[in-house]
Ligand binder design. Structure first.
Ligand code: SF4
Length: 93
């Protein structure tokens, strides 16, 4: 049996299961006022899927976040320091 890959910093597995991601996504959907439209979400995920900073198909190398979770939130933005590929979706103040 293969050992899971471990993050050297925290000793937690960096491989996240589909089940865990689904739980996170469902939890986020309980607060619809905080999440972006399906259209914006799909566009953000398409950018992540084409990005070289996406690790294991799930995780952003810059933030350490699961992109399918982070991309749901209006107040989140792509954390790439050189060329952010998507921006927060907050209404102007
Ligand atoms: S750098 Fe931006 S586009 Fe790339 S994986 Fe991270 S959040 Fe997604």
């Amino acid at each position: 049996m293969n050992k899971p890959s471990l993050c050297k910093g925290c000793a937690e597995s960096v491989i996240v299961t589909e089940e865990v991601i689904q739980e996170l996504v469902e939890e986020a959907r309980e607060n619809p006022s905080k999440i972006v439209s399906e259209e914006v979400y799909s566009s953000r995920l398409a950018a992540c899927e084409a990005c070289q900073s996406l690790q294991y198909g799930t995780t952003c190398a810059h933030s350490g976040c699961i992109v399918r979770y982070r991309a749901m939130f209006k107040d989140k933005k792509c954390p790439s320091p050189s060329s952010p590929k998507w921006h927060s979706d907050k209404a102007p103040a």
